[in-house]
Write a protein that binds this ligand. Structure first.
Ligand code: CMP
Length: 360
């Protein structure tokens, strides 16, 4: 049966399992909260206990299955990231029971079920760690500026407020603690009473907002750069495998690798529909596609390209193209195609020649 873009085969089995895991973890965490609320715990004790044991049982079964899987792949995989996440979710509660911790306290360790929400395969956390370590200098500089402003303004607040509110601004450390909480979470019911106290408190609060704003900006920028770099490396690896692109030279490859987007598709997925409007062309990095032509369909394998005719003509697709195997494509948008072709006449000539041949 023909599939469409969104029908990605590889998600089909993993997705319901993932959803079930999230549902169980959510029920478990709600139950952990519920046992600490006396009114709820009193009325629904048995339901909550049953939910907690069921969640623990579910995670235990998941862990045991993971251990069996690991045994096949070698015991080293027991120390893998998913295996550690499974263990951290299961071990603490029974361990607490075993060493004699009271049931109400032992179940609080069910909070570790939060780790079930961590992705086991996606490399988001190493990526974030890399960004933090790369951006350590700007992050630290912003923190240093914040600390300087906080310290100096708190000295001022202490001078102006200590006689009016001796209990609240008793000494400099207490004033700095107040300044820190006011500039970050805003907790506390203490506020300066003098004019200059108010002015300095304003500076403290703005510096806190500035700290977080700048940190977010630095991290967001770093994450974007990191994912762009990651995608570039992935695309580069695929681009160098396409003989046609090799002919445009190293600088050309570097230029086009920035423009291309990777698309992984399962077999029997329609990539192009005849008669539709086309705004990109494709390079086959691996796998195979079938062009539905009459009387004989044509198959294009790794290294070839398609979808160029629409870009060279009236943007209307001339044939339907379907993947005949799991396929990795590289997409070049029409605008990028135009600017790249303008800078690399040999590239546009080769594509035009091929399109002319295909039309015959
Ligand atoms: P386009 O018309 O944009 O979309 C369908 C694509 O099928 C077309 O571009 C070509 O890339 C490809 N195609 C059409 N005819 C042939 C052919 N005879 N041989 C190989 N590919 C073709």
């Amino acid at each position: 049966m023909e599939k469409t873009f969104v029908d990605r085969g590889r998600f089909r089995i993993r997705q319901p399992l993932l959803v079930l895991r999230y549902v169980v973890a959510t029920i478990g965490l709600f139950s952990v909260c519920a046992i600490t609320v006396r009114e709820i715990e009193g009325d629904f004790r048995y339901i909550i206990q049953a939910a907690l044991w069921l969640c623990l049982g579910f995670f235990m079964v998941e862990w045991i299955l993971e251990i069996f899987k690991s045994a096949k792949g070698g015991w080293k995989t027991l120390y893998s990231r998913p295996a550690i996440i499974y263990a951290v979710a299961v071990v603490p509660v029974p361990l607490a029971y075993a060493i004699g911790v009271s049931a109400s306290n032992a179940w609080l360790l069910g909070s570790f079920w939060l780790f079930k929400f961590l992705p086991t395969t996606v490399s988001t956390i190493p990526q974030l760690t890399r960004v933090i370590s790369k951006q350590a200098k700007p992050l630290a500089s912003v923190l240093l500026i914040y600390v300087i402003i906080l310290f100096l303004t708190c000295v001022g607040i202490y001078i102006f407020e200590r006689n009016i509110q001796p209990a609240a601004f008793e000494n400099l450390p207490a004033t700095i603690w107040w300044g820190f909480s006011a500039s970050t979470s805003g907790i506390g019911d203490v506020a300066p009473h003098t004019f200059w106290g108010h002015v300095l408190a304003m500076i403290v609060m703005i510096s806190g907002i500035g700290l977080f704003g700048l940190w977010m900006g630095i991290l967001a920028n770093g994450l974007m750069e990191e994912s762009r770099r990651h995608e570039f490396i992935q695309v580069w690896d695929l681009v160098v495998k396409i003989p046609f692109l090799k002919s445009i030279g190293a600088t050309g490859i570097a230029e086009i690798a920035r423009m291309l987007r990777r698309l992984d598709l399962p077999e029997m997925t329609t990539v192009i529909r005849s008669g539709s409007i086309g705004d990109c062309m494709y390079f086959v990095a691996s796998g195979e596609v079938q062009i539905d032509l009459h009387p004989e369909p044509v198959r294009l394998g790794a290294g070839s390209f398609f979808g160029e005719m629409a870009l060279l003509g009236d943007y209307v697709r001339s044939a339907t193209v379907v993947t005949s195997r799991p396929t990795t494509l590289l997409i070049l948008d029409a605008a990028d195609f135009r600017s790249f072709a303008a800078n690399h006449p040999e590239f546009s000539r080769s594509i035009e020649d091929e399109a002319l041949q295909r039309k015959q």
